[in-house]
Design a protein. Sequence first.
Length: 282
Amino acid sequence: MIRNQVLTGDCLSALARMPAGLVDLAFADPPFNIGYEYDRYEDSMNKDDYLAWTDRWLKAVDQVLSPTGSVYVAIGDEYAAEMKLRMDAMGWTMRNWIVWHYTFGVNCTRKFNRSHAHIFYYVADPKTFTFNADPVRVASARQTTYADSRANPKGKLPDDTWVLRPQEDLTAFPADGDTWAVSRVCGTFKERGEHPCQMPIAVLERIIRVSSNPGDLVLDPFSGSGTTLAAAKKWGRDYLGVELSENYAEQSRDRLERVVLAEDVLVARGQKKRTARKEGSF
């Protein structure tokens, strides 16, 4: 069985060779068709061609998705509406329309600066799917501000707006919304590789911890810099990436060799005793 690899090539061809129902969690950050410069892909297709291609890769993901699997897709404003309609048409059920708000937004000159992207969260079966709440709970305002005895002592689930500044990565996300605020991976960040659209690992860690279990298979059909795969390995999941560029794929393989397993994974495998952790940390 194909696991823990970065495959080089077109995702449509690669997914077509995989067994049906293999994948427990898929995360896709496809090209946004807005003219980014990749080394092997032209990000400026005709709109109709781009949407037709989107239909094809969504169907390919559906073919390999487990009947109880989950799918997350990141997309920009230009095709957010079209993406949602297509994911609805797959027969999946939407759980959240997440807004990822980031600092270091794109600088614009004739419109408001962009500082967000969309992440659509869908499940194949609305009654049976993985959602692990406790690993990502955060302190609620009832606890931190109002000392309300009715507050769940474990904290609350994060809202669907996600926000994070780099200096706040010990707590990862504040508890104030379903907009996820996480900085983009900018050129000066140590995390940054050569890929022009690298996702921050904090976003993928949250998704992977919530929507998969240790040993599950996590797929990224546009694996790019390997962030999804690195997060999956860190948290004890199996991974499978597909990347068109051999250059990006090789960088991902090198990155995966350097991944340090999370403390929880080491403890579960009997390789380390649990130590105290800061409240709210991942």
